[in-house]
Write a protein that binds this ligand. Structure first.
Ligand code: FES
Length: 140
């Protein structure tokens, strides 16, 4: 005895599979935060941001994607603010010193840029900085 297949049911099953496959496809690339979430900007002389604009215990992301940190008063460090996973722009650390990539939840230590967990294959790239005339500048 052969099975009778309802053409309507087969069509609906096919449409459902197509919708399921579309829903399971690769996520679209994350969008970067709006420019209003950035502060500071490069100006060609390595200047990144006014030192006074970097909060103690936190940091800022400059327009050219540098995360400038002042975890302790008067000590400035910097990392690339581009996540090493899929290049999403990172935000400053939380009060516990953890940087979270909102795209896929990679976490990094603000203290040294090392990867804590998540899909990022590595930690953050350090950028050497110093304060000159009240501004945080790249070194080299
Ligand atoms: S872009 Fe995927 S974890 Fe940051």
């Amino acid at each position: 005895m052969s099975e009778v297949v309802c053409p309507r049911r087969a069509l609906l099953a096919g449409a459902g599979l197509t919708m399921l496959l579309a829903a399971c496809g690769e996520n679209p690339p994350p969008t970067a935060p709006s420019p209003s979430q950035n502060t500071g900007s490069g100006n060609g002389d390595g200047s990144l941001v006014k030192a006074a604009d970097v909060p103690v215990g936190g940091g800022v992301v400059t327009a050219d994607n540098v995360l400038v940190l002042q975890l302790t008063a008067g000590t400035f460090t910097a990392f690339s603010a581009v996540c090493p996973h899929q290049n999403f722009r990172l935000s400053p650390p939380d009060p516990q010193g953890l940087i979270t990539c909102v795209a896929h939840q990679s976490h990094f230590k603000a203290a040294d840029g090392s990867r804590v967990d998540g899909p990022a294959p590595s930690g953050l790239s350090p950028i050497a900085v110093q304060v000159v005339d009240g501004r945080v500048r790249r070194v080299g």
